[in-house]
Design a protein around this ligand. Structure first.
Ligand code: ADP
Ligand code: ADP
Ligand code: MG
Length: 454
């Protein structure tokens, strides 16, 4: 087993990894930017090294400095978390060359799956259903026009290097194509240093269903059920739950099998997520694979009692996976709300919910600063229960208990989502926010959340 792991991330996921390492008896090295000097993961790690100024480009994305630090500190592995370098094949390769284990799949697999168009082509070759789309990257607006006509409007322009909902544009008519094409390319170029885009048929109001995969180095691959992440704002997830209300036993089994097939076709190892969109008629299509631990992984952990980060570390250390597909039990229900800071600032008062079957993953503490330099997610409220309704009620009570003062958050809005009839019905899709945000924002103005409390 590893002796010392460098945690190449920040915030709640850095803390999550450090907690796991402590339980496994592995030492940790936190690397941090000057903005995070006073952060919880930096305080809780066994060792800490400042690697640069606030801007991620100069710190959390600085591959050379991070590798150099790993070497100097005698680390035998690096955990990249999510975001930052987690899906950077060059970094994984540099680690491999240094003889430092990158906790994730191989550089080759990251490269293959990180390029959406390449991943799509590979899945098509392996008879996995993918969204109909352009067969290759679009070299010009003309080509985009031709392909869009062939596929039929509406279409979705997608950056092949995309992530975090960036570099995507919906196009409903030919007139909109030119502007959308240039905007998607510019956004992708700025965000990923790669402006290449392709087209997919826009599936109207689909559900986002993803499967958690674990694969060891000996050909064992299992899935740990699905997560329904259809509650999204600007293609970014807000609330996730498992199981999905849209799947029956048979469909879950079919999609799970496809997800395992995706992983096998990719030569996948370690933890990963296979994402699908599911249309109204229950057709499902592969959209991408995330080759890392995911933000919403805790709902899967609560449902099946597996520590996914621990499994990641064990697999990376060359251990054989003990889990067998038949033994994985998915009982009950679990749900996560992402709490985002609306503006940076100082936390004046903080109280986290607790009690039965409530988990909070957060790096916040009383008096800490929420810095403007990074992702706005500051906490994840995760609950589980016997039934979906019990879980929704528990989530409401957890959100009622959550107190964050000094920094405005989306807590009230998340609370109102859990009160919305469409959400309660379980019968929602990715258009939920677009369709209902006006109502929810009005409820917020009218103070519906506080009415419900009394
Ligand atoms: P998840 O699918 O785990 O919910 P998200 O898409 O929300 O992941 O992304 C998790 C974090 O990683 C966010 O901070 C997001 O901005 C960032 N992120 C995701 N993909 C990329 C990428 N390709 N490049 C840079 N950052 C990314
Ligand atoms: P990212 O790498 O940014 O996460 P994804 O390919 O996973 O990009 O797409 C993000 C979200 O956009 C999905 O969760 C889904 O809601 C929506 N989406 C993606 N592809 C399609 C599509 N072809 N039709 C409809 N919605 C889509
Ligand atoms: Mg995605």
């Amino acid at each position: 087993m590893f002796k010392r792991i460098l945690v190449a991330n920040r915030g709640e996921i850095a803390l999550r990894i450090i907690r796991c390492c402590r339980e496994m008896g592995i030492e940790t090295v936190a690397v941090y930017s000057t903005a995070d000097e006073q952060s919880l993961p930096v305080m809780l790690a066994a060792h800490r090294v400042c690697i640069g100024p606030e801007k991620a480009q100069d710190s959390y994305l600085n591959q050379e400095v991070i590798l150099e630090t790993a070497r100097k500190m005698g680390c035998d592995a690096i955990h990249p978390g999510y975001g930052f370098l987690s899906e950077n094949a060059d970094f994984a390769e540099a680690c491999e060359k240094e003889g430092i284990t990158f906790i994730g799949p191989s550089a080759e697999v990251i490269r293959k799956m990180g390029d959406k168009q390449t991943a799509r082509a590979l899945m098509q070759k392996n008879q996995v259903p993918v969204v109909p789309g352009s067969p290759n990257l679009l070299s010009s607006l003309r080509e985009a026009e031709e392909q869009a006509k062939k596929i039929g409007y509406p279409v979705l322009i997608k950056a092949t290097a995309g992530g975090g909902g960036k570099g995507m544009r919906k196009v409903f008519t030919e007139e909109e194509l030119e502007k959308a094409f240039h905007m998607a390319r510019a956004e992708a170029e700025a965000a990923f240093g790669n402006g290449e885009v392709y087209l997919e048929k826009l599936i109207l109001a689909p559900r986002h269903i993803e499967f958690q995969i674990l694969a060891d180095n000996y050909g064992n691959i299992v899935h740990l059920g699905e997560r329904d992440c259809s509650i999204q704002k600007n293609n970014q997830k807000l609330l996730e739950e498992t199981p999905s209300w849209a799947l029956d036993h048979k469909l879950r089994e079919r999609m799970g099998k496809e997800a395992v097939r995706v992983a096998r076709a990719a030569g996948y190892t370690n933890a990963g997520t296979v994402e699908f969109v599911l249309d109204k008629d229950h057709n499902f299509y592969f959209i991408e694979m995330n080759t890392r631990i995911q933000v919403e992984h805790p709902i899967t952990e609560l449902l099946c009692g597996v520590d996914l980060v621990k499994e990641q570390i064990r697999i990376a250390a060359g251990r054989r996976m003990e889990l067998r597909q038949e033994e994985i039990e998915l009982n009950g229900h679990a749900m996560e709300c992402r709490i985002n800071a609306i503006k940076p600032g100082k936390i004046e008062f903080l109280h986290f919910p607790a009690g039965p079957r409530v988990r909070v993953d957060s790096h916040l503490y009383n008096g800490c600063e929420v810095s403007p330099y990074y992702d706005s997610m500051v906490a994840k409220i995760i609950v589980c229960g016997k039934t979906r309704l019990e879980t929704i009620r528990r989530m409401r009570r957890a959100l009622e208990e959550l107190m964050v003062e000094g920094v405005e958050t989306n807590t009230e809005l998340m609370y109102l989502v859990t009160l919305h009839p469409e959400f309660i019905s379980g019968n929602y899709n990715t258009s939920f926010w677009e369709k209902n945000s006006e109502t929810i924002l009005r409820w917020n103005e009218e103070g519906k959340a506080s009415d419900e409390n009394t």
